[in-house]
Design a protein around this ligand. Structure first.
Ligand SMILES: CC(=O)N[C@H]1[C@@H](OP(=O)(O)OP(=O)(O)OC[C@H]2O[C@@H](n3ccc(=O)[nH]c3=O)[C@H](O)[C@@H]2O)O[C@H](CO)[C@@H](O)[C@@H]1O
Length: 362
């Protein structure tokens, strides 16, 4: 597996990077090497190194249709040239684009060199970078069976690749320093945390469960991932609640393995993980997400019955929705519905498709 044959163009956020990691792990199991191509110094570089994946860094520019910034356009153009040079050297058989502006140089330069490209759209609404690469992509794989902005004839559903690792509940609780008795509530924004959830969830849960953390017949404990940059200011805000723990970034495999319910943003990675682990979720979509795609993600989960949607504008309802969702019959219904959305096998299906396209090219 010395030469990376498959290049995964990704970056910017965990939601774009972790599915690429899940694919790389699946390809490695089958004896295929892959490498990550993303932005120099981006989160993708750190994650690629942690996962022992070769990393190629290029410039990348943010494309903002409403107010284009010449500096960003310049960086995007430079990234395109750098990615072309890298790809001419690596000579991959396929480039897989996971969306996000950091993936664009890799995907567009591959297309300009005639290297087949496969896209993976993680959201229920087609992203801008994927739109730009759509015309020349050999295959467009998706996390959702229907994607707003993508003709049905082009949808190849595979699901959202997640890192499929389950931990024993006891071990997970102990890893996170949590107790065995109370119901465990996971609060998690996206990979960078969420200021909105940080500001609204502790008060809503204290309002619903009081200073003792008792919601009707249930005692609860909370593990809240604040995002590294907000941890320091969050600690004093919850220190009067013995049942409320905050951390800058949580080991999400452990957290999902012991959570009984979760309050999260509606990034597709988070929602796919909730479904994989069978955790009922109260999703609060980021209203400023591109084209409001998180609202579409959250609606898909609510429509399937696997969770509840609370928009930012109705956040005062959160405590009440939480109390309703905590009832054991409600949690069971949502857990059962989550099973219908499980992304189990998505990485394998995506690998099948990537290798099919690779095979076609010899
Ligand atoms: C702000 C924004 O535009 N976010 C987008 C971004 O994902 P973003 O990274 O914000 O969110 P996702 O929910 O998709 O993924 C987060 C990932 O980070 C992990 N995690 C998070 C916090 C933590 O403490 N520990 C941890 O491990 C989660 O387990 C998950 O694997 O790309 C996604 C996929 O295109 C989109 O659906 C999101 O809308």
């Amino acid at each position: 597996m010395s030469q990376p044959l498959i290049v995964l163009a990704t970056g910017g956020t965990g939601g774009h990077i972790y599915p690429a990691v899940a694919l790389a792990q699946e390809l490695a199991k089958r004896g295929y090497a892959s490498a990550i191509l993303g932005m120099d110094g981006g989160m993708e570089e750190r994650i690629a190194r942690q996962e022992n994946l070769p990393f190629y860094g290029v410039s990348a520019g943010k494309i903002d249709r409403s107010k284009p910034n010449p500096m960003e356009v310049f960086k995007a153009a430079r990234g395109f040239t750098e990615a072309r040079t890298a790809l001419m050297r690596i000579k991959p058989k396929v480039v897989v684009g996971f969306g996000g502006y950091a993936s664009l140089p890799g995907v567009l330069s591959a297309q300009s060199l005639g290297i087949p490209t496969v896209l993976h759209e993680q959201n229920a609404r087609l992203g801008l970078t994927q739109k730009l690469a759509l015309g020349r992509a050999k295959s467009v794989t998706t996390a959702y069976p229907k994607v707003q902005g993508l003709p049905e004839s082009r949808v190849k559903w595979v699901g959202m690749p997640v890192r499929e690792k389950r931990m024993d509940r006891k071990e997970a609780l102990s890893r996170l320093n949590l107790q065995e008795g109370p119901l465990t509530v996971l609060v998690m924004g996206g990979s960078q945390g969420s200021l909105f959830l940080n500001q609204s969830v502790p008060g809503a849960l204290e309002g619903a469960c009081g200073i003792e953390g008792l919601c009707g017949e249930y005692g609860i404990q909370v593990i809240h991932s604040t995002g590294p940059r907000w941890l320091t200011e969050m600690v004093p805000k919850v220190q009067h609640l013995s049942w409320y723990k905050v951390t800058g970034f949580v080991d999400s495999t452990a957290a999902w393995s012991c959570a009984d319910i979760a309050i999260t943003r509606a990034g597709s990675g988070t929602l796919a993980e909730a479904a994989f682990y069978g955790v009922p979720v109260i999703a609060v979509p980021l209203s400023s997400s591109a084209d409001n795609h998180q609202l579409f993600n959250a609606k898909a989960v609510e429509q399937a019955g696997a969770g509840r949607l609370v928009e930012e504008s109705e956040i005062t309802k959160l405590g009440e929705v939480f109390k309703q969702a905590l009832a054991s019959d409600q949690r069971k219904k949502m857990r059962d519905a989550a099973a219908t959305l499980t992304p189990a096998g998505a990485a394998a299906r995506l690998a099948d498709e990537v290798l099919r396209i690779r095979g076609g090219q010899g």
